[in-house]
Design a protein around this ligand. Sequence first.
Ligand SMILES: [Zn+2]
Length: 323
Amino acid sequence: MVFKKPLGWLLAGVVTLTGASALAEQSNEPLRVVTTFSILQDMAQMVGGERVEVTTLVAANEDAHVYQPRPSDSRTLAKADLVMENGLSFNGWVDRLLEASGYQGERVIATQGIEKITMASRDAHEEPDDHDHDHDHDHDHDHDQGHGSYDPHAWQSLVQAQVYVDNLLKGLIKVDPEGKAYYQQRAENYQAQMQELHSNLKARFDALPDDRRIVMTPHDAFGYLADAYGLTIVAPQGVSTASEPSASEMAALVRQIRDRKVTAVFMENIGDTRLVEQLQRETGAKLGGTLYSDALSSKEEEAGTYLEMLRHNLETLLSALEP
Ligand SMILES: [Zn+2]
């Protein structure tokens, strides 16, 4: 009887110690980060380094616009410590999937705080006399299928991508405060590389003649890039790969390409490029190569990381547009 109470205390102590060592072991495991598509996967890996293990739902060279989630995606999300998505309604399927998975953890919305481009202003820019503002809005919802009123493709700007890194950094620190200094250092380095690439190539874009600044791509994924470097994009599919132009819209595009003198036409690594091939044949516009829009290439190919992808896109555009 004399020993009962001390023994109880001792046992409680043992349990506490066991619990603590299990926790310590757990914190040596990498943080499980799940991103919705391959571009965010690379960013999360770059900033998270060896403290994270990143899984992506939509893989390299896959089209996130028309992605069909698999049952395993829900299980992957359920086990995540951090989820990173683009926001601006880029992946219409994400909310439903997260709800189904029961995931309650931290969500990084990569585009939070970026300088957004509205779809209405881009439409008005392409066809100045076509509609008033109210109509532009309806027009967007009819054609964008899964997109909101803002263009979601902000990763195509090396300046906006630095905001992606800021948001990611905040999320990582929240979930793993012990890694704060490590993440901050890596994020800073990464942002400096983005800024350097941007500054190095901007002067060449600035030097382009005014009549060599209009290009065509299959879907409207390059609005932020165009804004950053003073280009104009003509895109038959609009902002989503899920929509297709009617015959009369195609005829209008042929006229538009001829009248506005598109300097070059580009393919993309995702989606259906037949429309653009057809328009290229009909108008005789120059073929400028392949741009990476909404997905990285495989590691072995030319755009296996975000920085490689942007370098490739910008160099490909410049080599077609420079006189
Ligand atoms: Zn897209």
